[in-house]
Design a protein around this ligand. Sequence first.
Ligand SMILES: [Zn+2]
Length: 285
Amino acid sequence: MNNLFRTLVFDGQVSLTVADTTPIVADGQKMHLLSVPATLVFGKTLSAMTFMSACLKEETGEISLSVKTDGNAKEIAVSGNRALHIRGYIDEVGACGSEEEVFGKNGSLTIIRDDGYSRPFVGTCAFPEKGGVDEAFEEYYRISEQLPTRVKTAVRFDEYGRLVFAGVAVLQPLPFANAEALQKTRDTDLDALLTLAQEKGARRAAESLSPDYAVWEERNAKYQCNCSRQYLTRVLVSLGKAQMEQIIKEDGAVRIHCHYCNTDYQFTQEDADRIFPQNDGTDEV
Ligand SMILES: [Zn+2]
């Protein structure tokens, strides 16, 4: 089901993105067994990255971010691609405290955007003096990309601490936006827009700002890692037979852990025999 909507508003001068990221944040929480405060901050970061991934223009495009902070989260990494497959991890899965305590006050946000054919663009900014996750992303756009972007993310829980909604709403003026459009961008209540998305759906929220349907775009974003046994098999082939067997001899198996989806892979001697078949008459299945 489509959960991300992009269009132009305010006389076609400002781009609007609204996404319901609840399934992405729910999957991230479940996969990493996160505390509520860790889910809040990690979920806001996943939501902001869902927007950034939707801005990628090339099919092969990928974007990654890394947050290093003095907050309880310590470190957060999130990646997304043009297909809107979002994945990531937070260093401190059981982090406690408010958004400010988990996200921290002093830290940096680094973005690496790879369009797939030229050198990746790397932008970084220090956290602004005031604010949390949203303000750090706004600062990034102001400093690194010189775009006066408004970013609002929400991760909401019920009284029992269960995730009930996550979303992102972004307004980004186009380079020719006039003063009136910029003023409307500043005046729009994005929190209210996210509440509308929670109650009536992200589509209705995007439609509430008089969209230009000629540039209407809707897509499905989800939490998905791009690791696989097949991919890791290719890595082991490049490692070579001798080294793979040496590790198996010492540790019983080659064990690989994917931080992004918390999956453990194990390759045994049987796998080594299959990856590097010997001409000893053994039948391969
Ligand atoms: Zn993975």
